[in-house]
Design a protein around this ligand. Sequence first.
Ligand SMILES: Nc1ncnc2c1ncn2[C@@H]1O[C@H](COP(=O)(O)OP(=O)(O)O)[C@@H](O)[C@H]1O
Ligand SMILES: [Mg+2]
Length: 366
Amino acid sequence: MRGQDIVLDQVEITYPNGFRAVEPTSLKVAAGEFFSILGPSGCGKTTILRAVSGFVQPSAGRVLIGGADMAGIGPNARPTALIFQNLALFPLMPVWENVAFGLEARGMPKAARRARAEELLALVALGDQAGKMPGELSGGQRQRVAIARALAVEPAVLLLDEPLSALDLKLRQHMRAELRAIQKKTGVTFIYITHDQGEALTMSDRIAVMNAGRVEQVGTGDEVYSAPQTAFVASFVGEANRLEGCITATAAGMAQIDTPLGHFRARNPAGLGQGQQAVLFVRPEAMQLGAGENRLQARLERRDLEGAFVNLFFVAQGHSIAMHVTNSGAAHLSGDEMQALGFDADQAVILPPGPLARTGQELAAQ
Ligand SMILES: Nc1ncnc2c1ncn2[C@@H]1O[C@H](COP(=O)(O)OP(=O)(O)O)[C@@H](O)[C@H]1O
Ligand SMILES: [Mg+2]
């Protein structure tokens, strides 16, 4: 098997009811890359995948796979295979026949089909399950059968649309490593869609972060986490403390921002100028007790023990500030006293105001 590259060239997708689900988008996914599209529900991830697989035609722009323009080429004629969340195995067929299903249509004789199915089952670590029925397998095993089946037709590109979301947490975490290993072994290009940042960060070579039909940033997990370019990316990928303010000075890639909690210095990747409104983002793990170049005073309100880590929630003049520390670092803290918190300038980023990701609390209140 061999991966092929995918190019979206100014692809725009408007549904027949007039709703534009994807704004003009250009992207290049390298052959053999594990590429994720990460974003909240409804942002257009599945729509992009449909355009790559051929189930939806772009209203404008081009999709190229392996350099070939896919205009007018139907889903069956594309070198892609698709895996959904709710995979459907044939319940009355043994596992190996499920995997070999697509090969019969290609005229492969039964013995060769079985041999190929067993090879693929070994690849997804189910070498000893070929004769079982799907109902005898666990959820994670069934998902791996679906992957083996998709790989049987030797796609150059495997499109995975939230394939793990029906599984429980432990299994999901285990399957991350499995999927990554399968992708590495086969060299097939993976486009993996998820709303789960943990999945995207752990598995991907690169991630496209999407919001409301737009790709806001493309980069490695480290890049989108540590160097977000928009307020949405900073708030959707990981947690972030947020303070609004006005830029008062700039110098050499850094800026100073005047916020209700004081003046702070931080990175200024967007090159914002003096007098502009902006938002400061600081990760909870970048907050320190009694240290750091930027300082503020806050009162501890809640302490959530996670085991190895502790989440501390402070309040400073009505603003909540979260801090994430190792358990040993927070043992002595108690409520009510004011604490000096701090963070270093290179651990914080100042970005232009813009749409933010909704918090878990807001989503739960829906
Ligand atoms: N067939 C359709 N007709 C009209 N609107 C659609 C259709 N399919 C999806 N949409 C809308 O397009 C947007 C993006 O949908 P989708 O790509 O499924 O998002 P995601 O996969 O990121 O959750 C949503 O607002 C959705 O309601
Ligand atoms: Mg979707």
